[in-house]
Design a protein around this ligand. Structure first.
Ligand SMILES: [Zn+2]
Length: 230
């Protein structure tokens, strides 16, 4: 099966129609260099032969790295699809996968993200062995504690692995309108470990699952939802 496919697109700047080859599956075991290509934003980028402008086509992409046990499905909200629809499609896709696999094989854990920046973030997070739900729980707390300076409607928080240290987990504040990175917030790794211990038991982890039932976890949206209901 091919990992790319042909698409008819129109340049968002000058409108020129063109046929482009885009990635559907990034198979890192097969082509390790794709990881670096993704991190440097070179996947599904097109340079228009008409106006020479450079842009990324947002489309569904699967990132698969079996050696690291990482499987992430990035399904952007394009073509008028809503988050609820994407989540429902994802759930039925996973159920289908479960039916296709022999009963003795445990289906792999697949992560769902909606934005390219979330795909990069989730990859780093999983490579670091961090818990995606717990990271979103921490973001939720950061919005709660900084409600004046960090309006959840406008600002995203992204875990940043490169600037994290042995002592601190680093989060970058990104404006959702301008996409600019504006500030850095740190969260003590010791506090993360304390939360891991706190949510260690089945009963306790069920509370996190209640806060983030999934398959898509987002501390910012959960915070906005709770605020709207309060
Ligand atoms: Zn163009």
């Amino acid at each position: 099966m091919s990992n790319t496919s042909q698409h008819q697109i129109a340049c968002p700047f000058c409108g020129q129609a063109q046929e482009v080859e885009l990635w559907d599956v990034l198979d890192i075991d097969e082509t390790p260099s794709l990881r670096e290509h993704m991190l440097t934003n070179r996947i599904n980028r097109v340079q228009c032969p008409g106006c020479a402008k450079d842009f990324r086509i947002d489309k569904p992409v699967v990132y698969r790295h079996r050696a690291e046990d990482i499987l992430i499905h990035c399904d952007p909200l394009v073509g008028g699809r809503t988050r609820a629809e994407v989540e429902a499609d994802f759930i039925s896709g996973i159920a289908e996968l479960g039916r296709l696999l022999p009963p003795e094989i445990e289906p792999p854990e697949v992560h769902l993200v909606l934005e390219w920046s979330e795909l990069v973030e989730r990859l780093f997070l999983l490579e670091e062995g961090l818990d995606a739900r717990l990271i979103e729980h921490i973001k939720y707390m950061m919005y709660q504690q900084n409600s004046g300076k960090l309006p959840a409607g406008q600002k995203s928080l992204l875990f940043n692995a490169q600037d994290s240290t042995d002592d601190q987990l680093c989060f970058v504040v990104q404006d959702r309108g301008t996409r600019k990175l504006e500030a850095v917030l740190n969260f003590a790794r010791a506090d993360y470990e304390a939360l891991v211990n706190m949510f260690d038991s089945h009963e306790q982890y069920a509370l996190l699952e209640e806060q983030f039932p999934g398959p898509y976890f987002n501390g910012r949206l959960r915070f906005l939802q709770d605020q709207a209901e309060a």
